[in-house]
Design a protein around this ligand. Structure first.
Ligand code: BT5
Length: 314
């Protein structure tokens, strides 16, 4: 109910009368007032004026389950928001193990142990970053699921471009702008040989950061830095979730194929001489294509190689 009230207020141009809310939602005027009080306690600034009604002050920075839910256009997404948590990814794993349904999304305003691939740290400072982990239960085989990373990258890249940011995809899981990392994606899965139980897509976006920890300063960038304006994280997350919800059924049906052309167009590595850094070795080649299963095809002096994992420098 609170979410419904928030939705009405955030869509309204000016004031919305208590009477109107009570009629629309079929609750008493006192009920409306109680929900408004509770929203205020959660940190929303809601102005009330006699004979006019209620108006939501848009702070632009509020990030909460209600703020995201009220901006979603798609049904069936459940948000669990935390002010501070070690990692949304770990929390989502636990929820999925406990049977949480697909499209349960864990978000946080601050992560104290955010992680990237192979245990690397992911910095998520309080009040500025977007961190979300989405539980997906897809009708796919485990070996087909790996291509969700480049698929999600295409969808996220599309949303950011729609906001006017000139982003590119760097294999396997980075979104770059001006050559620096604005978003990282971490896909984890729980599966048996022939059965995928669930996937968790972790998305970290640098949104309103004006500064970064020393070690990532040269390689990280935020949307605020790129556009010169403060972003509404809940609106951005709602847009990302809506687009993923809309387009992932296409992945479930036809795999990476429908996204491949866009990926090739957005890629920073295709037709470039690259160095691939893997656990025990680094080697050079020319990236020429991406396979339907997300593997990168690299031409070397000794022939073509398929790369499943690693990091690339250009
Ligand atoms: C990634 O790993 O890029 C995946 C990041 C996924 C983060 C999300 S946030 C929500 C969810 N919860 C989590 O705990 N994780 C997910 P990788 O490709 O391994 O990159 C990690 C490297 O990126 C680090 O070693 C740093 O060099 C760099 N890095 C760390 N924080 C960064 C940031 N905020 N912006 C840009 N680069 C960063």
């Amino acid at each position: 109910m609170k979410g419904e009230i928030l939705k009405m207020l955030s869509r309204a141009e000016g004031y919305t009368s208590g009477e109107h809310i009570s009629e629309q939602l079929g609750i008493s005027r006192t009920g409306v007032w109680k929900h408004i009080q509770s929203l205020r306690e959660e940190g929303y600034t809601i102005v009330s004026v006699r004979k006019k009604g209620y108006r939501l002050e848009h702070s632009g920075t509020g990030f909460s389950a209600h703020a995201v839910s009220s901006k979603l256009r798609t049904e069936g997404i459940h948000i669990e928001h935390h002010e501070k948590i070690p990692s949304t990814q770990t929390r989502a794993q636990r929820l999925a193990q406990g049977g949480a349904r697909g499209w349960t999304v864990v978000t946080a305003d601050e992560q104290t142990g955010g992680r990237g691939r192979r245990g690397r740290p992911w910095s998520t400072k309080k009040g500025t970053a977007l961190a979300a982990s989405i539980i997906l239960r897809l009708d796919k085989l485990p070996q087909e699921a790996a291509a969700i990373t480049p698929t999600a990258a295409v969808i996220i890249n599309d949303v950011l471009q729609r906001y006017g940011v000139d982003t590119r995809i760097k294999w396997p899981n980075d979104i770059l702008a001006e050559g620096r990392k604005v978003c990282g994606i971490l896909t984890e899965m729980h599966a048996e040989m022939d059965e995928l139980h669930y996937l968790i897509i972790g998305i970290g976006v640098n949104v309103n950061e004006t500064d970064f920890p020393e070690e990532i300063k040269p390689t990280a960038v935020s949307l605020r830095h790129l556009t010169g304006q403060e972003w509404d994280r809940s609106a951005l997350l709602a847009a990302l979730l809506d687009e993923l919800k809309k387009r992932l059924p296409e992945f479930e049906e036809n795999g990476f194929t429908p996204f491949r052309e866009d990926w090739l167009r957005y890629s920073t590595v295709i037709n470039k001489e690259i160095t691939i850094h893997q656990r025990h070795q680094s080697w050079k080649g020319r990236a020429v294509d991406i396979r339907e299963d997300g593997r990168l095809i690299v031409e070397t002096e000794t022939g073509q190689k398929e790369v499943i994992s690693g990091d690339i420098s250009i």
